[in-house]
Design a protein around this ligand. Structure first.
Ligand SMILES: *Cc1c(COP(=O)(O)O)cnc(C)c1O
Length: 399
C-alpha cells in the first residue's frame, strides 16, 4: 500500500493507488507486462519457487505487475479490503464469489431485483450443483429474516436494483446475514466503492463489474471481488482453480480508467440529476426511478448510506406502451441503444418496470404506466441530452 494512503481522501487515492515504484520503474504507470513465462536464473532459483501472492512473479496466470497494480489500486479505494481478485468479466466475479462461499446442500438468498445473469447463475449452474436459491423482496426486511434456515450459507445483495432502482437497507440486510452466520456478497457495480463503501457498511465481499465505471470507455470487460483477509484468502485460490486471469492490456486500460473515475462519476451524476429533474416535469413521464432525486423512492436510504451516485436511472413512460417507447428510442440521436453503462457516451435500453422474471414485482406502479426506459448518462453536455430527449418525445407523440 502507498505510504500514508489510509489518511488520503478517495480522490487522492484514485491517483496514487497501486503505483509502487517496483512495478512502475521510472514511468508514471506500470508497463504492460505481456508475458506467460517467468525465466528463472538457474535451477536453484526455479527450485526455490515463488510464494503464491501478488508481487511474486511465477507464471502469467498468477498475474504480473500490471494486474497486481490494478488489484492493489482497487483494494486501496475499498475501505476495509485486504485484497482484490480480478476476473475476466463482472459475471465471472459474481460466479467466482458465489462459488467461493457456497457448497452443495447450501441455501443462497438472492435479492429479487438482482442483475439478470445473477438469477441465471443461481437457477442454472448453482442449482445443478445442489445449491438452493430463495429470492427475497429487498424492501421487506422481516420477510428476508424469516427465510434464513440452518443451511443458509450466503446472501447476494445489490442496491440499487440495476433496472428498477430500488435502494434497500444494505447495513440491516448484511447485519442480519452476519447474525445468522451467512456470508454477504454485494454486487456494488452501480455505486462503486466511491459511492458505497460496501465492506464498511457490513458486507463481506464487494463485487464490481469493472466493465462499467472503472473501464469507463466501453472498451473492455472485467470484474473484481474485494474483501477482508478472511474471504480474500479464499476467493483467490477459487479463482486460480477456475483458471481466471485477465489480460495485462485490459488491466492497463482499467487502471487508466480508474484514475479518472472520480471526476467522470461526479460529472455524470450531476448531469443525470439535472436530466432526471427535468424528466419529472414532463407529461410523457409517469415516474422517474432515480434514488438520487430528493423525494424519490429510496432517497432517504440513499442519502443515509451512499457517498456518491452515477449516471444510471430509469423512467416509466406515462403511456404509449412498447410501440411509443420504440418510437422514442429510435428518434434519439445522442443516445446509443445498447446494454452496459458507465461509459463516457450516453445509452438507453428498454426496461421492464414490472420485473416479470421476479417473484416480488413492485406493487405501486403508476396507473396505466407504459413501458420503462433505462438511461445511462455519459459526459455529453446535459443541455444537449435534454434537447435530444425533448425532440424524441415529440416524435413519440406524433407516432
Ligand atoms: C454489467 C453488470 C454486471 C456484469 O458485468 P459484465 O462485466 O458485463 O460481466 C454485473 N452487475 C451489474 C449490476 C451490471 O450492470
Amino acid at each position: 500500500m502507498a505510504k500514508g494512503s489510509g489518511r488520503q481522501r478517495p480522490g487522492t487515492r484514485l491517483v496514487t493507488a497501486g503505483r509502487r515504484a517496483e512495478w512502475t520503474g521510472a514511468a508514471v504507470n506500470p508497463p504492460v507486462w505481456r508475458t506467460s513465462t517467468h525465466l528463472y536464473e538457474d535451477s536453484a532459483d526455479l527450485a526455490a519457487g515463488r510464494p503464491n501472492a501478488d508481487g511474486h512473479f511465477y507464471y502469467g496466470r498468477r498475474g504480473t505487475p500490471t494486474q497486481w497494480a490494478l488489484a492493489e489500486a482497487l483494494t486501496e479505494i475499498e475501505p476495509g479490503a485486504a485484497g482484490t481478485v480480478l476476473y475476466p468479466s463482472g459475471v465471472a466475479a459474481i460466479a467466482g464469489a458465489l462459488l467461493t462461499v457456497l457448497k452443495p446442500g447450501d441455501v443462497l438468498l438472492v435479492t429479487d431485483n438482482a442483475y439478470e445473469p445473477t438469477r441465471t447463475l443461481a437457477n442454472g449452474l448453482l442449482k445443478r450443483m445442489g445449491i438452493e436459491t430463495r429470492y427475497f423482496d429487498p424492501l421487506d426486511i422481516e420477510g428476508y429474516a424469516a427465510l434464513f434456515c440452518e443451511r443458509t450459507a450466503a446472501v447476494m445483495l445489490e442496491s440499487p436494483g440495476s433496472l428498477t432502482m430500488e435502494v434497500c437497507d444494505i447495513p440491516a440486510l448484511a447485519r442480519t446475514a452476519r447474525e445468522k452466520g451467512a456470508v454477504s456478497v454485494i454486487d456494488n457495480t452501480w455505486a462503486s466503492a466511491l459511492g458505497f463503501p460496501a465492506l464498511e457498511r457490513g458486507c463481506d465481499i464487494s463485487v464490481m463489474s469493472l466493465t462499467k465505471h472503472v473501464g469507463g470507455h466501453s472498451d473492455l470487460m472485467m470484474g473484481s471481488a474485494s474483501a477482508g483477509e478472511a474471504w480474500h484468502s479464499r476467493l483467490r485460490p477459487t479463482a486460480q482453480s477456475l483458471g481466471n486471469v485477465v489480460s495485462p492490456d485490459d488491466a492497463s486500460l482499467a487502471l487508466r480508467g480508474l484514475r479518472t473515475m472520480g471526476v467522470r462519476l461526479a460529472q455524470s451524476t450531476a448531469s443525470a440529476l439535472e436530466i432526471a429533474r427535468w424528466l419529472e416535469t414532463r407529461p410523457e413521464v409517469a415516474r422517474v426511478l432515480c434514488p438520487m432525486l430528493p423525494g424519490a423512492a429510496g432517497n432517504d436510504l440513499w442519502a443515509r448510506d451512499f457517498t456518491g451516485g452515477c449516471g444510471l436511472f430509469s423512467v416509466i413512460l406515462a403511456g404509449g406502451g412498447p410501440d411509443g417507447r420504440a418510437a422514442f428510442i429510435d428518434a434519439l440521436e445522442l443516445f446509443g441503444i445498447g446494454y452496459s453503462w458507465g461509459g463516457y457516451e450516453s445509452l438507453v435500453v428498454p426496461a421492464d418496470p414490472k420485473r416479470t422474471a421476479s417473484e416480488f414485482p413492485p406493487s405501486d406502479l403508476p396507473d396505466g404506466a407504459g413501458a420503462a426506459i433505462r438511461f445511462s448518462i455519459g459526459l455529453e453536455d446535459p443541455r444537449d441530452l435534454i434537447a435530444d430527449i425533448e425532440q424524441a418525445f415529440a416524435a413519440m407523440e406524433k407516432q
